[in-house]
Design a protein around this ligand. Structure first.
Ligand SMILES: Cc1cc2nc3c(=O)[nH]c(=O)nc-3n(C[C@H](O)[C@H](O)[C@H](O)COP(=O)(O)OP(=O)(O)OC[C@H]3O[C@@H](n4cnc5c(N)ncnc54)[C@H](O)[C@@H]3O)c2cc1C
Length: 372
């Protein structure tokens, strides 16, 4: 589906985005900035050039700056899925810090179209949409990061994912060197993946979603959320109550940033939930694992369950200054951790889970910067 251009489209209600001519730039460029402070893991060496983009109107300036370097630049949102190399990043780093949400019309199926700037916090978009009686992303409450990063790994949780609501993205294509509009089908969204995952070809600038008008949430499909709400699986509840229940369940697992001081250096899940065959699923269920079925038709076991099964205890040290979270079976960093230590810990977990279960975990975290 194609939308009209920003110039011929009326604003519907709220608008925070500003596209106007400017005589000065708001893009802040820094040299040698340590990237550790720009990621939730707190790991990573310096960026040769770090540009903080607050206004999309300044993007051409970043393109001009990046042209002085070989290869494509590196894009960073809130750094909540990023493991940056200790050596830092020799390509220019673009931090997407643009904000803005606009109603831009109605889709053919009656859903409301919402256009969002790439740097806009996802949590704010969830709150804003629920506040305006729109559903579709209420189960994504508590996921940190920016909207521009959400198509990259088809962000999802508790039965909802970006592919349910994505209409199109507008991006800069560093190969063809022009602005492009990619519809949802072209984005190739799968389970925590897309054409953007692991690729530096595109910088996503704005994202358009279609959200349904309703005061009630989508059906609650996860037992833990249903239990928290004291309703049966499949029930629909006021969407703000669904948000609160999801947040409570996530906090219990340390999956909301800032909910646990000790485990604050986190990227959430470090590993993908691996796909399992029906024979493996039967064996895992007999062993007590819960198997979740995903919209792409795959059955998957949680990486956390596999880590527990492989004998990793909560809070246990895995590599230097890298350990299992106190609340959930995932890796977190302690003060002074390095990317070398974190990758060593990833390797140890992959190996031990393979030995204990025959299943090979793959990292979900994105490796950014100059790796040996
Ligand atoms: C506590 C916690 C819980 C989490 N829970 C979940 C969850 O439930 N489900 C889930 O799916 N994820 C989860 N995550 C992972 C993470 O929040 C998401 O992947 C999020 O979308 C990352 O957004 P970000 O802005 O921080 O991206 P970053 O970490 O900054 O970047 C991630 C990747 O996207 C690329 N990127 C970022 N912005 C752009 C852009 N504008 N254009 C092109 N590429 C871009 C980067 O280059 C990088 O490869 C969790 C993380 C944490 C810390």
């Amino acid at each position: 589906m194609r939308l009209s251009t920003p110039h011929d489209r009326p604003d519907h209600g709220w608008s925070v985005a500003h596209h106007h001519r400017r005589d000065t730039t708001s893009m802040r460029v820094t040299h040698g900035l340590p990237l550790a402070g720009k990621t939730t893991l707190g790991i990573g060496g310096p960026a040769a050039v770090f540009a903080d983009l607050q206004d999309l109107a300044d993007f051409p300036e970043f393109v001009a700056l990046a042209d002085a370097f070989p290869g494509a630049p590196t894009c960073l949102g809130a750094g909540s899925n990023a493991l940056v190399a200790d050596a830092g990043c020799s390509s220019p780093v673009l931090r997407m810090n643009t904000r803005g949400v606009r109603f831009v019309g109605e889709a053919a199926d009656g859903r409301t179209l919402v256009e969002v700037q790439a740097g806009h916090p996802l949590s704010d978009l969830v709150d804003t949409s629920v506040g305006h009686g729109l559903i579709g992303m209420e189960m994504l409450a508590g996921i940190p990061g920016t909207v521009g990063a959400t198509p990259v790994q088809n962000v999802g949780a508790y039965g909802q994912e970006i592919s349910d609501m994505l209409v199109e993205v507008r991006a800069w294509d560093w190969v063809s060197r022009r602005h492009v509009t990619l519809d949802a089908a072209t984005c190739g969204l799968g389970h925590r993946t897309s054409v953007f995952k692991g690729s530096d070809r595109w910088t996503l600038l704005t994202v358009v979603f279609a959200l349904r008008k309703s005061a009630l949430s989508a059906p609650v499909t996860y037992r833990a959320v249903a239990e928290r709400l004291d309703v049966s699986v499949g029930s629909r509840v006021p969407s703000d109550e669904a948000v609160q229940a999801v947040l409570a369940v996530r906090r219990g697992k340390g999956m909301v940033l800032g909910c646990s001081d000790a485990d604050r250096r986190t990227v959430g899940s470090v590993f993908f939930s691996p796909e399992v065959t029906s024979a493996q699923a039967r064996w895992l269920q007999d062993e007590g694992a819960s198997i979740n079925r995903f919209p792409d038709g795959t059955s998957r076991v949680s990486a956390s369950w596999l880590m527990r099964r492989a004998g990793f205890a909560l809070g246990s040290q895995v590599a230097e200054r890298v350990r299992v979270s106190y609340l959930h079976h995932t890796l977190v960093a302690d003060e002074g951790a390095s990317s070398a230590g974190f990758t060593e810990a990833i390797g140890i977990v992959v190996q031990r889970v393979l030995e204990h279960t025959g299943i090979r975990l793959k990292p979900e975290v994105d490796f950014l910067g100059d790796w040996p």
